[in-house]
Design a protein around this ligand. Structure first.
Ligand SMILES: [Zn+2]
Length: 119
């Protein structure tokens, strides 16, 4: 029996779950499902500037897993923008972070500060 996929730790749940082209009737448009873990890779890598390795550490999965999730997420976002599809954010194999997420980001911030000092 295949093992269920390892959950990806997610530190952020979006405030809004549906995005799409303005001025079009929503029910006339195709929908794309962006998973919560896919959004988390966009947040960590594109929004916060993490490397894929750092994002993998943060989400507690292998870098190759993050790379695959991230590629799927980018493809979906691009498809939505180019083809005018509605993005619905839901689902995914996720475990919501139970720590204080400010604390989750602190080791990386520290590493970055130290890295800069050593240049
Ligand atoms: Zn967290």
């Amino acid at each position: 029996m295949p093992r269920p996929p390892k959950p990806r730790t997610v530190c952020h749940v979006p405030e809004y779950f549906v995005y799409g082209p303005k001025g079009k009737k929503a029910n006339s448009l195709d929908r794309l499902n962006l998973m919560i873990d896919e959004l988390e890779t966009l947040r960590l890598i594109d929004y916060l500037g993490y490397t894929q390795e750092e994002a993998a550490d943060q989400m507690k999965v292998a870098r190759t897993t993050v790379q695959r999730i991230y590629n799927d997420a980018r493809k979906k976002m691009a498809t939505s923008l180019i083809d005018g599809k509605i993005i619905v954010i839901e689902g995914g194999e996720v475990a919501l972070c139970e720590d204080n997420c400010e604390k989750c980001l602190e080791p990386l911030r520290l590493r970055r500060r130290q890295g800069r000092r050593n240049l």
